[in-house]
Design a protein around this ligand. Structure first.
Ligand code: GDD
Ligand code: GTP
Length: 419
């Protein structure tokens, strides 16, 4: 039997994802029509023998209750949410809930960062892990020299062992990076226990409390992976399929495009087609069955349309996510943007952002998760985001801007944050 743990952090994480995470926890933000972590769950249920998924985070239970219920009934496996009373770090929560993870004696369990998206190679990890009799296997990929500094970096030893691990090094270590997806054997809890007991010593408690952290805080990367490197039982499985972090709203557009491309390969029936949806579809598009899309509108490529959305005649949408209950009025245009729940875009208006894809000329380049402002205090060009229940008047242009929820926009805006 196998299990999976998905780490989703709490309301204080995911700040770079605002304003999209103001109304909905970031792990539930829909990408290609499904909440971000539903893609993790879908990957898990394809692994033979995996019958329990535990989601660990610090969000209030109510924020996830409906999602958990829907997932359990959709997939027919045990899916539970375990709430940390305070953020305990990437391993502290797992250690706190160790009895729940160990119950039923799973052979191995997956640990998945909720903020990554990928064509997850979970079955390959199981085969690799068991052939190596590993304690822990890390899914790894290549990054550029410069970008590797934003990730956990590994140097491989013999036969796929990790000889050296540094989390977000300040100088170059290796281009082989940690993807935040692991497969662990139950003995990993012994390593966590050692770290936990060492942290309980008085000076450590002083140190940790001064940081504002709970004494039970354990970081999987710094406390566990660094300690296990060189032991011969920590392994890395490099893989070169699509993988990305989802830290900023711009990376959600990028993830949307790739998950839609995976539907094309594996679940074609999820994609819209001109025949099925009676409007003009270009490339990969997801349309929720309850959305109403006018036959004269043109959607795609790489567009997701949420539930109960209304798309009027002559609308053009490309490279965008439109959330539920939005109203896109006649002849408006939406490019490289995210349109929030219940937002209305007026007739003949133009909402446009700047694409922020990885550099196509650099092999293994990842998404740059740029801060909102550059060193000169100017807004970095990015996708345009309209928060929840925004109303954009007719015949207006909105370019490279971020609009907080409930705003009424009656003029044109360019490169602005509208608070
Ligand atoms: N339950 C819980 N509790 N989850 C947490 C906590 C916590 O206290 N802190 C973080 N998480 C979750 C986050 O929601 C996210 O899904 C994951 O753990 C990793 O979070 P970060 O702490 O933001 O790390 P990171 O994304 O910058 O880096 C990690 O992922 C990279 C790959 O995406 C590291 O593992 C890197 O080594 C790795 O390269
Ligand atoms: P590229 O495809 O980027 O080379 O440019 P394009 O000339 O096709 O135009 P653009 O990317 O600006 O727009 C993409 C599509 O939207 C085109 O098919 C345009 O005809 C259409 N479009 C452009 N502006 C508007 C608009 O204001 N309203 C509507 N309804 N459609 C528009």
């Amino acid at each position: 039997m196998l299990k999976a743990v998905i780490l989703i952090g709490g309301p204080l994480k995911g700040t770079r994802f605002r304003p999209l995470s103001l109304d909905i926890p970031k792990p539930l933000f829909p990408v290609a029509g499904l909440p971000m972590i539903q893609h993790h769950i879908e990957a898990c249920i394809k692994v033979p023998g995996l019958n329990e998924v535990l989601i660990i985070g610090a969000y209030p239970k109510n924020d996830l209750a409906q999602f958990i219920q829907e997932m359990s009934s959709t997939y027919g496996i045990v899916i539970r949410y375990l709430q940390e009373f305070t953020p305990l770090g990437t391993a502290g929560g797992m250690y706190h809930f160790r009895d729940q993870i160990r119950s039923g004696s799973p052979t191995y369990f997956f640990v998945m960062n909720g903020d990554v998206c990928a064509d997850f190679p979970l079955q390959e990890m199981v085969e690799f892990h068991s052939s190596k009799q590993a304690l822990l296997t890390i899914m790894a990929t290549e990054a550029t020299r410069q970008q590797s500094l934003n990730y956990g970096c590994m140097v491989l030893g013999k036969e796929g062992t990790v000889a050296h691990y540094v989390e977000k090094p300040s100088t170059f270590v290796s281009t082989l990076i940690n993807c935040g997806i692991y497969l662990a054997s139950l003995e990993i809890f012994q390593t966590m226990a050692d770290v936990f007991h060492a942290n309980q010593q008085q000076d450590h408690i002083m140190q940790l409390c001064c940081n504002g952290r709970d004494p039970a805080h354990i970081a999987f990367e710094q406390d566990i992976l660094t300690r296990l490197a060189g032991s011969g039982r920590l392994f890395a499985l490099p893989m070169f399929r699509w993988w990305s972090q989802v830290k900023t709203a711009g990376s959600a557009i990028y993830a949307n495009r790739h998950y839609l491309a995976l539907y094309k390969q594996k679940q074609l029936d999820r994609l819209a087609s001109t025949n099925k949806n009676y409007c003009h579809i270009i490339g990969d598009v997801y349309i929720h069955p309850s959305a109403s899309v006018h036959p004269t509108s043109v959607l795609g490529p790489n567009v997701s349309i949420g539930p109960n959305t209304m798309i009027e005649p002559g609308v053009r949408i490309r490279e965008a996510i439109v959330l539920g209950k939005a109203h896109i009025q006649a002849h408006s245009l939406i490019l490289h943007s995210i349109i929030g729940t219940g937002t209305s875009v007026g007739e003949w208006s133009r909402v446009e952002g700047t694409p922020c894809d990885p550099n196509p000329n650099k092999p293994f380049a990842k998404m740059e998760n740029l801060p909102l402002f550059n060193v000169n205090g100017k807004l970095n060009p990015s996708i345009t985001i309209l928060g929840t229940s925004v109303s954009l008047a007719a015949e207006k242009i909105l370019l490279n801007s971020i609009v907080l929820p409930h705003k009424e926009l009656t003029r044109n805006y360019k490169n602005e944050i509208i608070l």
